[in-house]
Design a protein around this ligand. Structure first.
Ligand SMILES: [Zn+2]
Length: 136
């Protein structure tokens, strides 16, 4: 029996530079206190590469669906991610967009009922402004 339901499950990188802006964006998109969240180093890479961390994330997505009827997973990818460790910004973005597609396929193959939204968070390091846009 679900004692609480949520609108979405946020999966984001633990990078502190993106914490507040990501929360503000989520509240704007979904409303305050309506989503649950996981913070994991470069989570898209872990899900796409099928590592142990990826398995842990997938297990938790299963729990979010079962316990809180989560209808949607939101994965935040961001520029200058330490877990990717790619110096060239264009190369980094290309790799992360490719992983985003793999994440969507992998999650949907395990949980066909859930919607997967991949989001690109790009920080301008001079202004500290972060722009959020849909990847697919
Ligand atoms: Zn990161």
């Amino acid at each position: 029996m679900a004692h609480v339901t949520c609108k979405a499950t946020l999966i984001r990188c633990l990078d502190p530079r993106f914490v507040k802006t990501t929360e503000a964006w989520m509240e704007k998109e979904y409303g305050a206190d309506t989503y649950e969240s996981m913070s994991i180093a470069g989570p898209g890479k872990e899900i796409a590469d099928e590592t142990n961390d990826g398995k842990c994330i997938l297990n938790n997505i299963g729990k979010c669906i079962k316990l809180h009827k989560s209808p949607e997973v939101v994965i935040i990818f961001h520029n200058n991610c330490g877990n990717y460790g790619i110096e060239n910004p264009e190369e980094e973005k290309e790799k992360q967009f490719s992983d985003a597609e793999k994440c969507k396929k992998r999650i949907r193959s395990m949980f066909p009922e859930i919607k997967v939204k991949n989001v690109w968070a790009e920080m301008n390091f001079e202004t500290k402004q972060v722009n959020f846009s849909d990847i697919n």
